[in-house]
Design a protein around this ligand. Structure first.
Ligand code: C2E
Ligand code: CA
Ligand code: CA
Length: 713
């Protein structure tokens, strides 16, 4: 019920301030005026009644004193005349005189003369001791009795009855006027409230409009003219607010521009970055869908940037990147846009290559070649001249994609595959993406995944290729080589080792192999032999490798002198200092170091003498050409001489023929490994071969001893 009442009031209560004001003023006026008029009427009534009462008493008293002589003389007609004079009172209803016994002796209604009063009121009057009795007062009648006395004795009573209707009539008139006044004041008040409300709400409405129209992009004031009152103050505040908002807005805008610039540009070169590139590729694809034009992505990177960075420091590297950016920008025209993709990789996006695929391809290829030529011109970095080469891959984006969003990463991937192919083919060249490359990459991805699982599950196998002393035919040790069978086929070590290096698996692979070798050494009687492990150049960056190696060596109680690490000389060219430190640490821990594939790389004789190495390993490529090829012969001889001068060992790999063996022995290279002696063997076969070789050697020795020892007489 209460709830209903509240909701009804809510419903009735006006929604607009203006009408709330009007209703409020009207209600207040109505209540106050009503109270005021009610009070006024009440007071008027009392006043009128009192006045009338006094008049009535006065009349009754006057009449009673005037009638004394008439009553004493019992002059009824005189009394009657006296009574009739009372008719002058407008409000008189009746007037009569009684004897002290209550007999009417004069009456305004002559018929009543002679009658006795028997009603209760009259009897009370007759018995009353007072001189003046108010017989009845109410119901529009005032009845007053006044004793007629002569010499202190009661001789009769005068009774006057007045009609008091006129008082009510008067009050009614007053009330009606009061009501009119009330209505009038309500009306005037409401009109005033309406006027006030209008002027107030007009400005409030302005404020409402203004607050809706607040626009941080505008700097001008919302209100041109304002009053001095509170609304004016509010308007001024709105003006201030608009100004502040505008100021903040411009500040935010400038921050947003800066952030956008940072988010979409590379800080070093100032070029748009990868995020921007992805947006632009999307736009380009969308445009091409409509215009049926081709566009192209050219992705290139510097061939030996890492080396430059490592040898000359990052500042020089940064300078080169900036100059590459500048040079690339110079080659562009209005349809080209250059981006820094990350690291030393840059992208040129070429739009509007026309709707003919062949023409688009040749235009893009031509541009890529120009770019290649421009970027291989020497750079001046500080006070040095530097010639860089770049590899470039490009991809002509189709103009018919079903899912342009997915096409972005697809396009980038294809340009990257082309770049990879350019690098794979020997760097410093341009390659265009071809669908066949995709299959290769997919195969690589699959293989990488499988290799990861295999390495992590320690599923790769190790084999040992025996190393021989060619003079005595004795096994002097072996080289440990990895084998991996995937899907019933044996993956060539070159392939999976490269994958392992690229995917950070080589560290674990090598540790597994070291552990395998150490366990094997504990199972066979291999003392006095020497075992080689191939060490990927990447391991010189593996800070924990040496610690792990030493831990394993101690754990399996291995003599580090039996272990030789084969490392290719390339590592000394690209990471000279680091490689030297690493080799020295290996050497200091007691291990041996061999320079693998010697002769194929840098082979600078001057640096060799500073390297902490124990052995040179003549690469199979030279051994293959022995004997007969004069160049190969010269190189092989030089390497052997070198080792003798440096007082280090020399070993030949890939010895397949007797002639090769003879040549090497003739030239003082006694140690070798090769198919002529043995292929790489699994552990058990190696142990069998070793045992067999030992017993042959023992019996040969015995024979030799027997031949040399003179027979006992
Ligand atoms: P490498 O270190 O030069 O190893 C010698 C390679 O020559 C081995 O090939 C071996 O099987 C092969 N070989 C030895 N004698 C002859 C011969 O008389 N004729 C012919 N045709 N080949 C011979 P493999 O096992 O295929 O290994 C190839 C390369 O893979 C190795 O070359 C080495 O660079 C790398 N590699 C293999 N296993 C590992 C490994 O466990 N770790 C690392 N880091 N590299 C490994
Ligand atoms: Ca080797
Ligand atoms: Ca080799």
């Amino acid at each position: 019920m209460k709830q209903r009442l509240i909701s009804l009031l809510n419903f009735l209560w006006p929604k607009k301030v203006k009408w709330q004001l009007v209703l409020g003023v009207a209600l207040v006026h109505a209540v106050l005026m009503s109270l005021f008029i009610f009070d006024l009427v009440k007071k008027e009534k009392t006043l009128l009644l009192n006045q009338f009462y006094e008049q009535a008493i006065f009349s009754a008293k006057t009449l009673s004193s005037n009638s004394v002589s008439w009553v004493l003389s019992n002059d009824v007609s005189g009394l009657q005349e006296l009574i009739l004079t009372q008719r002058q009172h407008k409000e008189l209803k009746y007037a009569f005189i009684t004897t002290m016994n209550g007999q009417v002796i004069a009456h305004t209604d002559a018929h009543k003369i002679g009658q006795y009063l028997t009603d209760e009121n009259s009897l009370n009057v007759l018995q009353s001791k007072r001189d003046l009795v108010e017989v009845f007062n109410g119901q529009n009648l005032l009845d007053i009795a006044s004793r007629i006395k002569s010499n202190g004795k009661t001789i009769g009573w005068v009774r006057l009855g007045f009609n008091t209707d006129f008082i009510d009539n008067n009050l009614y008139t007053s009330s009606r006027q009061g009501l009119l006044y009330t209505l009038f004041t309500i009306l005037v008040g409401s009109l005033f409230a309406l006027f006030l409300g209008n002027s107030l709400t007009r400005r409030i409405r302005l404020l409402i409009q203004a607050s809706g129209a607040i626009d941080p992009t505008r700097s001008e004031q919302l209100f041109k003219r304002t009053n001095q009152d509170e609304v004016g103050e509010l308007m001024n505040n709105f003006n201030l607010m608009q100004l502040k908002l505008h100021k903040q807005y411009t500040q935010i805008q400038s921050h947003v521009r800066k952030i956008e610039n940072l988010a979409f540009h590379d800080a070093l070169t100032g070029l748009p970055n990868r995020t921007m590139l992805e947006r632009d590729i999307y736009k380009s694809i969308k445009t091409n869908l409509k215009s049926h034009q081709f566009s192209a992505l050219i992705l290139f990177d510097l061939d030996n940037f890492k080396q430059l960075n490592d040898t000359h420091g990052h500042e020089i590297g940064d300078t080169l990147l900036k100059q590459i950016a500048q040079r690339t920008l110079k080659t562009q025209n209005e349809n080209h846009k250059v981006y820094r993709f990350g690291g030393d990789e840059f992208v040129v996006l070429i739009d509007q290559l026309g709707s003919d695929y062949t023409q688009a391809t040749s235009a893009c290829g031509l541009f890529a070649l120009e770019l290649l030529a421009s970027l291989t011109e020497p750079f001046t970095l500080g006070n040095m001249h530097y010639q860089s080469t770049v590899s470039i891959g490009f991809y002509i984006m189709s103009n018919d994609y079903d899912h342009p969003k997915q096409a972005i990463s697809e396009a980038l991937k294809r340009a990257d595959i082309a770049l990879f192919s350019a690098k794979d083919n020997g760097r410093n060249q341009v390659a265009q993406f071809e669908p066949s490359m995709l299959a290769e990459v997919m195969e690589n991805d699959e293989l990488t995944y499988a290799l990861k699982r295999a390495v992590e599950g320690n599923q790769l196998k190790s084999v040992i290729q025996p190393k021989y002393d060619m003079k005595s035919n004795q096994i002097i040790g072996g080289e440990i080589l990895s084998r991996w069978d995937y899907r019933d086929s044996s993956i060539p070590p070159h392939r999976f080792i490269e994958l392992a290096e690229k995917n950070a698996l080589i560290g674990l692979l090598t540790r597994n192999q070291v552990e395998w070798l150490f366990k094997t050494l504990n199972q066979c009687h291999c003392k006095m032999l020497e075992f080689s492990l191939n060490l990927s150049p990447m391991l010189i960056f593996d800070n924990d490798f040496l610690t792990d190696l030493k831990r394993l060596t101690e754990h399996y109680n291995i003599d580090p002198n039996m272990i030789k690490f084969e490392i290719t000389e390339g590592v000394f060219i690209s990471h000279n200092q680091k490689a030297l430190r690493f080799m020295n640490q290996l050497k200091n821990a007691g291990y041996k170091v061999s320079l693998d594939d010697f002769g194929t790389g840098f082979s600078s004789l001057s640096y060799l003498k500073n390297l902490p190495i124990d052995e040179l390993k003549i690469d199979k490529a030279f051994v293959d050409a022995l004997p007969g090829n004069r160049k190969a012969e010269a190189i092989a001889k030089t390497i052997i001489d070198l080792s003798q001068n440096l007082q280090i060992e020399v070993i030949a790999e890939g010895v397949e023929t007797q002639n090769q063996r003879d040549f090497l022995i003739r030239n003082d290279c006694i140690k070798c490994q090769g198919y002529l002696y043995s292929r790489p063997l699994k552990k058990s076969d190696f142990i069998d071969l070793l045992n067999q070789n030992r017993s042959e050697f023992a019996s040969n020795n015995a024979e030799l001893n027997a031949a040399e020892t003179p027979e006992a007489p």
